[in-house]
Every structure is written in C-alpha cells, then in structure tokens.
Design a protein around this ligand. Structure first.
Ligand code: ARG
Length: 478
C-alpha cells in the first residue's frame, strides 16, 4: 500500500470520477505549471477571446462576460507584480491556474469559462502563439547580428584572406567576402524562422478535446481576435500536431549550427598559428594558471551551445515518434526543451553580435597569408588557358611546376622565365603582371564573386536585405 501523502483537493479540473486524490509525488511529476506558467499571457488572451465566443453563443450573459474579462485583467496584473503568487501556486498547469484564480474572484461563475473547451486545444493554441512571437524575437536578434557582420565586412574592405577549402590554402579572397559568406547562412535562418512562424499561424481553438466544439462558436472570429491568419482544418489533428514546434526547433538548430561554424573560423583565426583576428577583451577570458593567455571563450561557448539546441529538436521528434493520433499527455514534454532552446538562441545571437562588433583584424598577417604564391596557381593556369591551352593541360603543367619547385625547396614564383618556358612555351614576360594578388582578386568578377567591386555591391545588398527584413518583421509579415 502506498503510504505517501495524497495531493488532496489539488485538482478540481477532473476529480469527479475519482475515489482517491492523486499521489503527491505523481501530482508533482505530472504538473506543468512550473514551466508552462510562461504561457500565461497567451492563456489569458485565449480566455478573453473564449469569453467573447461564449457570449455570442449565449452561454455567458453580457454582464457575466464583463465580469470574466475584468477578472482576467486583474489576474494579469497580479501575475505581473506578484511572482510569489505563481511560485507558490499548487496549480497543475497554466489552464488550471487561471481557473483557480477566476473562481477565487468570481465564485461559481469562474467555472463557466471552461465550457465547451479542452486544455488540449488551449495548450495547442497558447504554444502556437508563443512560437509565433518567439520566432520574431529570434529574428530581430539575428538582424542585429547580421548588421554587425556587415559592419565588419565594411571596415575590413580590401583586406585579403588566404581562402581555404579542406583548411588548405586554395585561392585568395577578400576577408569581407568571407564575412559575407556567413551572413548568407543567417539570412537563410531568417527564412526558416519565418516559415516556422507561418506554420504556427493556424488557430486550433474550437477543436475541443479532439472532436470539435459542441457549441456553434465562430472559429474564424476567434482566430482573428488572437492574431492568427487561419484556422486548423481538422480537430483531431489540431490537438495532436506539434509540427510547428519541430519546425521552429529545426530553425533554431540551423541558427546554432551556423553560429558554430562562424565560431570555429574565429577560434582558428584567433590562434597564434593564424593570428588573423583579435578578439575583443570583453568577450574573452584568461587562464587562472597561464598569465599570457587570452581565450576565445565566447566563440567556444557559442559553438558549444549547438549541442543542447539541436538536442531540443531531437527530443521533440522522439517524443512525437509513434504517438497515437490526437492529444497524448506525452506532448507536455514539448515545452521545456523548446523554451530552453529559444532562450539560448536569443542569447547566442546577442553574444555573437557583440563579439563580432569588437573584432579587429591583423591586416599584416592576413596579407602575409594571402601572398602565399601557391594561391596564385589557378591564376597561372588561367594564364595558359587565355593563351589557348585546354584547362586540364594547364592544370597539369602548373601542378608539375609547383611540385618541381617544392622539390627544389624554392618558390615557383621565383623561377626564371627561361625555366618556366621549359614547361610551356606559352609563358611570356607579361606573366609577372598577371600573377599578382590584386589581379587574382579582381578576376573573380561575377555576381557573388570576390572581386572588390562585387564585394562592395554585396555589402550594399546585405544592408538592403536587412532593411527589408526589418520592415517585414515590423509589419508582422515575417
Ligand atoms: N499541461 C498539459 C500540456 O502541457 C495541458 C493539456 C492537458 N490535457 C490533458 N488532457 N491532460 O500538454
């Protein structure tokens, strides 16, 4: 026999058909109020809309509706000013909390609001409203972060970088071009967040527990009052669907992944081996043992946060896998990982923006790296191509020259023309003018290329897109 205390009278939401109150430990185990209290502003908005709907179908008189609305306002006010009220509440969840508070204020009238509705649809509606706002909050922070990257691209304009693939020197690019490359990933994150927001933008209210509402409430009007642009099509699906949350978490995981890749670049570039960037003191830490150290902890932590944000997506997908249709209590497990991932996403966008803002580059080191003659090999192959040689052969010839030079432990760039001619008679004395860092950069003169004029255009394009996104977000269109 279980000797633990029972949570006597804990829940008036559903106690009627039970002989025994719930086991105390189980009651605590199944409570979601400690975390879903975060949905309170949305729950109250939904409650106001529902009071209007109940009045329209004749369940609440206009005076009862007004009393209910006043009580909801008073609850909102007290919740804002008196946090211990929420801390100490034994409520099972945010829906129970509001009902208890309504009854405390209105007596039996307080119970009327829960007519013809279910917590299944309430939580689905509240959570969708949360995700819609959350996506916009993260987007606004991404915009500030992209703006910091655009500033970095602008103030380093003209500085070259030894562009790499496989972490091997490949071809010179502008440092600004590298910075702008990262902004593209963050613009894609904005698109994904906007798509997740529009996935969430469908109102389940009126779905009941699973079969729909038994009173003729105007679902379109409810949706409109709550800022939704459409209503859900099937009540059974509406109470069990969490795709919008999965989409949102996927967008956050993408953001975290992109920040982690930028972080890795900066951690490498700040190392003594590269020495390309100088991280701001404000976003670095020291070692308690090694006095000389300045560690790129901000970027390491930004990279590290990816684990838990991505884990939130996996956690939700695993919760959803194999669930029977409609609402199942497992779905309560959707909220904590999503709330935590959201908070972390806002934080990483803000910290990354700050860290980028204070980053300086070491132009001398960047130039020294970019002047590596190996980086001009492609340029040399193109020289032969412009003189009629098929690229494959040009590639072979330059490869051979580089190998020979490596064997002789010298730079192929210092080879005399006479020697180069022994590899190909197409080499002429104008080779020296073509094989420069500047001409290599200028030659990639296509849209999206690293030629300085293109990069300047790209910075302007980036700023224009930032303005568009800002305007769209302000209008609620993203
Ligand atoms: N706290 C629950 C959740 O977050 C609310 C819905 C509960 N519904 C139910 N029938 N037990 O999912």
């Amino acid at each position: 026999m279980n000797q633990r205390p029972k949570a006597a009278g804990a829940s008036k939401l559903w106690g009627g058909r039970f002989d025994q109150p719930p086991d105390e430990l189980f009651y605590e185990f199944q409570r979601s109020f400690p975390f879903d209290r975060r949905l309170l502003p949305y729950e109250l908005a939904v409650d106001r809309a529902w009071a209007h709907a109940l009045e329209t179908v004749g369940i609440l008189t206009s005076s009862e509706t007004q009393q209910t609305l006043d009580a909801l306002d008073a609850i909102a006010e007290r919740a804002d000013s008196d946090h211990s009220w929420l801390d100490l509440s034994p409520a099972e969840d945010v829906h129970h909390f509001v009902e208890m508070a309504l009854v405390e204020r209105l007596g039996p009238l307080g119970y009327k609001l829960h007519t013809a509705r279910s917590r299944n649809e309430l939580v689905a509606t509240d959570f969708r409203m949360f995700v819609k706002d959350a996506a916009q909050e993260v987007s606004r922070n991404i915009l500030a972060f992209i703006a910091a990257l655009a500033d970095l691209a602008e103030r380093t304009m003209g500085v070259p970088l030894a562009g790499m693939t496989h972490l091997q020197h490949a071809q010179p690019v502008l440092f600004s071009h590298f910075v702008l490359a990262h902004t593209e990933a963050f613009f894609r994150d904005l698109e994904r967040l906007s798509a997740a927001r529009s996935r969430a933008d469908s109102c389940p209210l009126g779905s009941g527990a699973l079969g729909g509402c038994a009173f003729p409430v105007d679902r379109e009007a409810l949706a409109k009052e709550l800022g939704f642009s459409r209503i859900s099509a099937n009540s059974l699906d509406a109470v069990g669907d969490r795709d919008f949350a999965a989409d949102y978490l996927y967008a956050l995981a993408g953001l975290a992944t992109h920040i982690s890749r930028l972080a890795e670049d900066f951690v490498l570039f700040a190392s003594q081996e590269f020495g390309y960037v100088l991280l701001p003191d404000e976003y670095s830490t020291g070692s308690s043992l090694l006095p000389q150290k300045k560690n790129p902890d901000a970027w390491e932590l930004l990279r590290g946060k990816t684990g838990r944000i991505t884990a939130a997506l996996i956690s939700l997908l695993i919760t959803l896998k194999g669930l029977p249709s409609s609402y199942q209590r497992d779905l309560q497990e959707d909220k904590e990982p999503l709330f935590a991932a959201h908070d972390q996403a806002v934080a990483i966008a803000q910290i990354a923006a700050g860290a980028v803002g204070g980053t300086r580059v070491n132009e001398a080191r960047l130039l020294a790296g970019a002047e590596d003659s190996a980086l001009l090999a492609t340029q040399a192959a193109h020289y032969l191509v412009r003189r009629g040689l098929p690229f494959r052969q040009a590639h072979e010839i330059i490869g051979t020259i580089v190998r020979e030079a490596e064997r002789a432990r010298e730079s192929w760039r210092s080879m005399p023309l006479s020697k180069l001619k022994s590899f190909s008679p197409l080499f002429e004395s104008d080779l020296g003018q073509v094989l420069t860092l500047e001409s290599a950069l200028a030659s990639c003169d296509v849209p999206g290329g690293t030629a300085p004029a293109r990069v300047r255009e790209a910075i302007a394009g980036c700023r224009a897109r930032l303005e568009q996104w800002t305007a769209q977000l302000a209008k609620g269109e993203a």
